[in-house]
Design a binder for this molecule. Sequence first.
Ligand code: HPA
Length: 235
Amino acid sequence: MAKTPTPHNGANYGDIAKTVIMSGDPLRAKMIAETYLTDAKQYNSVRGMLGYTGTFDGRQFSVQGHGMGIPSIGIYSYELFHFYDCDTIIRLGTCGGLDPNVKIGTVILAETACTDSNYGYQYNLPEGYVPSATPELLEAAAASAQKLGIPVMRGKVFSSDVFYNDAEKQAQWCSDGVIGVEMEAAGLYINAFEAGKKALTILTVSDNIATGEALSAIDRQLSLKNMIQIAFGMI
Ligand code: HPA
């Protein structure tokens, strides 16, 4: 409590809800807060990493950006779990599809991840090991998607430290049934595991690395809406 505000987050203790929906892009967090929350109040603008608290269905929720990559989500999620006593983080992001059969626009529930990051080293986790998403969140998201009639894939994703990565190196990580590549799920799952908190990553496939396809601007908005609706349907 005494640690708030932090160097990265201007919120005071109590300004942030127990459940936080996060997205890499702070402007997407703003859009989600303004579209889905009632009476959304901005609690952070440090480094432009916008965060808001408001109500949905009569309960308090927060929406915040987390930036790109494991070090960035590592900082923000650590502070939310440890300094703001948040219980649950649901990350909404995009990923590259790795299998030609993973169509762009598909929503993926990231059951677990593998990573080339060494982030887990500090918690004595074996190299590349990543804890799973919280099972009850996974089931809640699957049930929400089913109720909304939105098809989802469940599986393992590769949380890479590198966006412009070498194709052969990436393939080494992705031979074992990995369906998508992104850059944050592993950091979030490791932090949730260490803190004894809950986490889930929901992703929209924005491009397919095998086929070279990418979502158009219009399809991107529609697909992101599906993912956001699944998240609000599960909380
Ligand atoms: N790599 C990493 N992160 C991503 C990608 C990708 O190809 N697409 C969307 N997020």
